[in-house]
Design a protein around this ligand. Structure first.
Ligand code: NAP
Length: 259
């Protein structure tokens, strides 16, 4: 299926590894040129080189912290008028509701709510003028079903979800669609780090923690970054123009809900 977006430009935030990289690679496979981003220059350059080599698209790699104003300015300087924006950043650390202080919430809000909002605010006006745009925010299944130890994530992403619900409907008339993509557990470094925490807390091995978690998922496994990226690419396609303000859950059936 040709998604009809070859030759367009996409900014994919936090895309040197994991889910962001999955999205970047799936867009590149459709002929989309990319601005890729991550904080660690070496990892980012390697990921960008692989995308150039595998798909032959233009890739501008920006090593910067997307949760800072300066970092976002560096990214936007490489492509002020993208057709597609995928927002993403690292997730907040796990913890306990009684331990988090104001500063912890501010950090989480900055990373997982205010940074994506700032990126959208920067690119939406141009997309609206050009009458075409696609925004996908990588959030989490935690907006549908809270993950107790990830209260900072639950809170920040719920805020972003509320913002998108209203904003998506304000820009849809200009041909710009904004949606959220909600990962359940996927096989990335983030999953390794969360599973390591569980393994340490329960005195079991990492493999045992992974097996126990897989058993709670109807699909019986973790999602892959390629599956995640393919869904993102569809949400950025010509065919997604009537999908407005939606929260698309990719969780292998883990959340037991009818809707
Ligand atoms: P990951 O494998 O740890 O990859 C994170 C990527 O983001 C890396 O490329 C990292 O590179 C980059 N990054 C992190 N912080 C950044 C920052 N401040 N500025 C720029 N780049 C940054 O994580 P992931 O599993 O892909 O997760 C992506 C997002 O989805 C996270 O918010 C996570 O909480 C959420 N999520 C993941 C899962 C899952 O199962 N994997 C489930 C639900 C939600 P550098 O470290 O070099 O910057």
């Amino acid at each position: 299926m040709d998604l009809g977006i070859a030759g367009k430009w996409a900014i994919v935030c936090a895309s040197s590894k994991g889910l962001g990289l999955g999205c970047a690679r799936a867009l590149a496979a459709e002929g989309v040129n990319l601005v890729m981003n991550g904080r660690t220059a070496e990892t980012l350059e390697a990921a960008a080189d692989a995308v150039r080599r595998d798909f032959g698209v233009d890739v501008r790699a920006v090593a910067a912290d997307i949760t800072t104003e300066a970092g976002r300015a560096e990214v936007l300087a490489q492509c002020a008028a993208p057709d597609i924006l995928v927002t993403n950043a690292g997730g907040p650390p796990p913890g306990l509701w009684s331990e988090w202080e104001r500063e912890d919430f501010i950090r989480a809000l900055d990373a997982n709510m205010l940074s994506p909002i700032a990126m959208m605010k920067a690119v939406l006006p141009g997309m609206m003028t050009r009458k075409w745009g696609r925004v996908v925010n990588i959030t989490s299944q935690s907006v549908k079903s809270p993950i107790a130890v990830l209260g900072l994530s639950n809170a920040a992403r719920a805020g972003l979800t509320g913002y998108v619900a209203g904003t998506a409907r304000q820009v849809a008339g200009a041909g710009v669609v904004v949606n959220n993509l909600l990962p359940g557990i996927h096989a990335t470094d983030r999953a390794v780090s969360l599973d390591t925490g569980v393994a340490q807390a329960r005195g079991i091995s990492l493999e045992e923690a992974r097996t126990a978690r897989s058993a709670t998922i109807p699909a019986g496994r973790y999602g892959s970054t390629a599956e995640f990226g393919a869904t993102c690419a569809f949400m950025c396609s010509q065919f997604a123009g009537y999908m407005v303000g939606q929260n698309i859950l990719l969780d292998g059936g883990a959340i037991n809900a009818t809707l």
